[in-house]
Design a protein around this ligand. Structure first.
Ligand code: TXA
Ligand code: MG
Length: 317
């Protein structure tokens, strides 16, 4: 019998070449990145981009992040500015995505951009995806490798659970180190954080030497990733919980309930980076164990806690 993990391949020269060949033939593959696993396809090719939307059942108005190897690779696609250059030199490659104005002559397929005149660009840090990007002469459109509105995968087998053998291969890069999606920052006008992530606003403000205004003031929904229902584990999620209901799975920080199998700690020493990296994995584990509901204790809103709260709020929607 064919085992369901048969399309997961280990990292070696042969398999990286295989992955590259699939991409050149406009097929989709599963790839590791430092944030979450992605579903990658040729961003310059309409067929590849179309496959991404249909496989994920992603609304066609939700644009994709375009992934590059190095700065020079995007010069035909977007207009760079001083703030971008500063952030690029300090943070890239890394878990941050920049929204920039697109160039008319860009070859990025318009379906991936949903007719916007901006492009979200990212330079991932993970060595496997970097090897792949280095060896091809087109950028990759890479959304998280999950069905639309679900939670992002952080391991190769999560990707197989989402798509089975509908994708040719998933390159196994181990557990995603960060475990939560990249920070998305809009640099096309007054700077805005469209999606909080591993790279904090404080860090960005320090590099730019100026203040970034809070998201609350934005009236228009600019990043469709901000649609309220998102990151859903598929069962009800309740946040800011103080009292255990005696039947749900209970997510918290610390080690107080470590002997109770209904309690799931995101970090025994309440480290928020660790907590972010364990969030999606914990959601998946809870579902696997058959719980019908998730309660989550209050998570402090500082550093990576801001990104955690953003995701669990949407999961609770
Ligand atoms: O960490 C990540 O960014 C992962 C890994 C695989 O790189 N990718 C990821 O992609 O999270 P996705 O498609 O799951 O989320 C992309 C987010 C969405 O919220 C989308 O609306 C937003 O980026 N986005 C893409 N292009 C945009 C644009 N031009 N303007 C504003 N938001 C944009
Ligand atoms: Mg996603």
């Amino acid at each position: 019998m064919k085992n369901i993990y048969s399309n997961i391949v280990e990292v070696n020269k042969n398999n990286i070449q295989k992955a590259i060949n699939y991409l050149k033939r406009n097929e989709l593959i599963g790839v590791p990145t430092e944030t979450v696993y992605g579903l990658a396809g040729n961003a310059y090719n309409r067929i590849s981009v179309k496959k991404i939307y249909s496989l994920k059942k992603r609304p066609v108005f939700n644009p994709l992040i375009i992934h590059y190897y190095k700065l020079k690779d995007l010069e035909n696609d977007v207009k760079v500015n001083e703030d971008f250059k500063k952030l690029y030199s300090k943070l890239c490659p890394g878990p941050i995505t920049f929204v920039l104005n697109k160039r008319k002559k860009t070859e990025v397929n318009n379906l991936a951009l949903t007719n916007l005149n901006t492009i979200a660009v990212r330079f991932p840090q993970n060595s496997v995806i970097r090897k792949i990007l280095k060896s091809i002469n087109f950028p990759l459109a890479i959304p998280s490798a999950n069905m639309s509105s679900g939670i992002s995968p952080v391991e190769a087998r999560d990707v197989v659970k989402e798509f089975g053998n509908k994708i040719k291969i998933v390159v196994n890069g181990g557990h995603s180190i960060i475990g939560i999606e990249s920070t998305v920052i809009d640099l096309t006008g007054r700077i805005k954080i469209l999606r909080p992530g591993a790279i904090s606003v404080k860090k960005i403000e320090k590099i730019l030497g100026k203040k970034i205004y809070a998201n609350k003031n934005i009236k228009k929904l600019k990043s469709p990733g901000m649609i309220k229902k998102h990151y859903s584990p598929g069962i009800p999620v309740l946040i800011n919980q103080t009292k255990y209901d005696n039947k749900s799975a209970y997510i918290y920080l610390g080690k107080k309930y470590r002997n109770n199998k209904n309690f799931f700690s995101l970090s025994s020493n309440s480290n928020l980076d660790e907590a972010a990296s364990k969030l999606y994995k914990t959601f998946r584990e809870i579902k696997k164990r058959g719980f019908k509901k998730i309660q989550i204790a209050k998570i402090p809103s500082k550093g990576p806690g801001i990104a955690i709260n953003d995701r669990i709020k949407k999961a609770a929607n």
